[in-house]
Every structure is written in C-alpha cells, then in structure tokens.
Design a protein. Sequence first.
Length: 97
Amino acid sequence: MILTVRLTPKSTRDEVVGIEDHAGERVLKARVRALPEAGRANAAVQALIAKWLDVPKSAVRLVHGGKSRLKQVEVQGDAQALSRLIAARVAMSRDKS
C-alpha cells in the first residue's frame, strides 16, 4: 500500500495528526521533530508510520518525495487490513481533538 504523507519537520513532537485535503487529494498529515537534513526527517517519518501502524520498520519505506514535504511511503502488508487500521487510527485522533 502506498500512503501519501504531508510531513512537517522540526515539530515539537512526532505524531500523525490526521487526514487533510491537499491539491484535491486526501493525504495523511504527520509531524516529526527531526530536521530535514541528511535524510533525518525521512527516516523519522518512516519510523513514525511503522510505529503508528504497528508494523516492523522494515515494512515501511520512502518511495518518492525525499526532498519534498509531500512523500509517498510504501507500507508492506494486507492493504485491506491496513486501510481499516488507518481509518480507525485517524478516527481515534479526531476523537482526541
């Protein structure tokens, strides 16, 4: 499964904020503390997505957008199960707001 993630580096904490519309596309919005230099923010978003979805770090990899805020992240696993999990996690984050 490929997720489009809009990343904000240099944040106060690592978190997945929810889903937002970006240029007509629904994207996952995430923040990481890492600086956007030497691949640190990219590594941080991969680790964040892995933790958020409860999958091994090796199951998550950046496939596009290494130097952009808009990233394509591949998550290996059952796409339907991952979709349900993402929907549930986003709903939980909305309930906390």
